[in-house]
Design a protein around this ligand. Structure first.
Ligand code: NZQ
Ligand code: ZN
Length: 407
């Protein structure tokens, strides 16, 4: 096991009725901005519940944070925060609202000229952020208990490289492409997050399935690498995968099954709150390719992962051999046959699991053709992502093969 430091400061309030406790978690004198998305929290009464819990406090609202939240929308919230001297943010929604609120929190305290720089350097220059909390309505991303956020931009500023001679170093805006970048900083851990499983009852099946796939792939990116004899991390990870396989189909069949919704919600949080990733190698090749596919093709985040992960496992089957065999045995109960056939079967089981949830695992199913591959590779290169993977052996050529195998 590698050395590590682990500190997760987010307080979790788990279970039915916990929204009532948010008032005690936010300092009395705070001017609070409630942030939310396209209206699901209005429609299903979550916003009213939050406002009731904060009755009598100075409240402001910012709505319209879209799935794959954009810089353009979020900067409007930053203006509101400054205008109204907001000093606490409360995100009510899924990963997009929570991520967007993390960006607002950091951008509102940003000393530089353009807060997009927070994304360009991955959060390295963030110094502080407004405090925030979250009320989760969609178990998927783990954003409610981590310090990462993924933000998109419709207009992207690029700086021309030296090769452009006289224009070198000039910044310009290109409107033809979209960027989707992440940043991480300890200042944006939510102070608290409410995880009330009943708030996920109203999810459309597609979003429920997306959440199961996203959590599954978060575990895989930290587990399916190479062994470092990290037994706790491995067995926690395997417990999370088995829970998703067992209770994922249940929440789709019975949306109001509290026990199953509770297990899925806590699993998704645990999948990306840092715990299973301590002291072990990480992959993240699937996520990096997936973010570019979402930015360029508009596929839901989890759908990109369902397409790319099986192809990554297949292309990297030699370097991931030992963990693939462990995964085959402990998750899919595959014990007979030679090593190669067990690995092939484990990858096929993974694909079948995603398909069984109604999430297609081929780009063709989403109308994406081979022509989409070159722009994804160009974006990965522009963002300095190569080489990818836990062994840093997923080069541009290897990524091309993975994307071709995803078609
Ligand atoms: O906008 P509203 O009206 O609220 O509707 C949302 C949205 O349309 C709806 N929804 C949420 N809760 C609901 C509900 N509908 C009915 N009932 C409910 N209880 O679901 C739709 C999707 O919401 P979104 O927040 O976009 O989904 P998700 O939670 O999957 O978040 C995806 C975003 O998170 C990023 C992704 O890249 C993507 O931008 N990620 C963030 C990570 C992190 N911070 O650590 C890690 C992930 O790998 C991921 O990249
Ligand atoms: Zn993800």
């Amino acid at each position: 096991m590698d050395n590590f430091a682990f500190h997760n400061p987010t307080k979790i309030l788990f279970g039915t009725g916990q929204i009532a406790a948010v008032g005690q978690e936010i300092p009395q004198e705070s001017r609070i901005l409630i942030t939310y998305g396209g209206g699901s929290v209005v429609k299903f009464g979550v916003l009213d519940e939050v406002k009731a819990a904060l009755a009598g406090r100075p409240l402001f609202e910012f709505s319209g944070i879209e799935p794959n939240p954009t810089y353009e929308t979020l900067m409007q919230a930053v203006e509101l925060v400054k205008r109204e001297s907001i000093d606490f943010l409360l995100a009510v929604g899924g990963g997009s609202v929570i991520d967007g609120t993390k960006f607002i929190a950091a951008a509102a305290c940003w000393g530089g000229s353009d807060p997009w720089d927070i994304l360009l350097d991955g959060g390295a220059t963030v110094k502080t952020a407004l405090p925030m909390g979250a009320v989760l309505t969609l178990p998927a991303t783990g954003s409610e208990m981590n310090c990462g956020a993924v933000i998109s931009r419709k207009e992207t500023r690029i700086t021309l490289p030296a090769a452009n001679g006289a224009n070198a170093g000039v910044s310009m805006i290109t409107k033809s492409q979209q960027d989707k970048l992440y940043f991480m900083h300890p200042a944006v851990y939510p102070r608290f997050s409410v995880l009330d499983p009943t708030k996920s009852y109203t999810l459309p099946p597609q979003q429920t399935a997306n959440g199961i796939v996203d959590a599954f792939v978060h575990v895989m990116e930290q587990y399916l690498t190479y062994p470092v004899d990290a037994k706790v991390q491995d067995r926690f990870a395997e417990g999370l995968l088995l829970t998703l396989i067992e209770d994922g189909p249940k929440v789709l069949a019975e949306p109001e099954n509290y026990a199953a919704r509770a297990n899925i919600m806590w699993t998704a949080t645990m999948a990306l709150n840092g715990l299973i990733g301590t002291g072990v190698p990480h992959d993240w090749a699937t996520h990096m390719m997936g973010h570019e596919l979402t930015a360029l093709q508009g596929l839901d985040h989890a759908r990109t992962l369902a397409v790319i992960l099986p192809a990554v496992l297949e292309q990297q089957r030699d370097s991931k051999r030992e963990k693939l065999l462990q995964y085959a045995a402990r998750i899919w109960d595959l014990h007979s046959g030679d090593e190669a056939s067990r690995i092939t079967a484990a990858i096929a089981k993974t694909r079948e699991f995603f398909e069984s949830l109604g999430v297609a695992t081929r780009l063709a199913a989403y109308g994406v053709t081979a022509e989409a591959i070159a722009p994804v590779l160009a974006k990965l290169e522009q963002h300095g992502r190569f080489p990818l993977g836990e062994r840093q052996d997923v080069t541009l050529d290897a990524s091309r093969r993975i994307l071709e195998a995803s078609l």
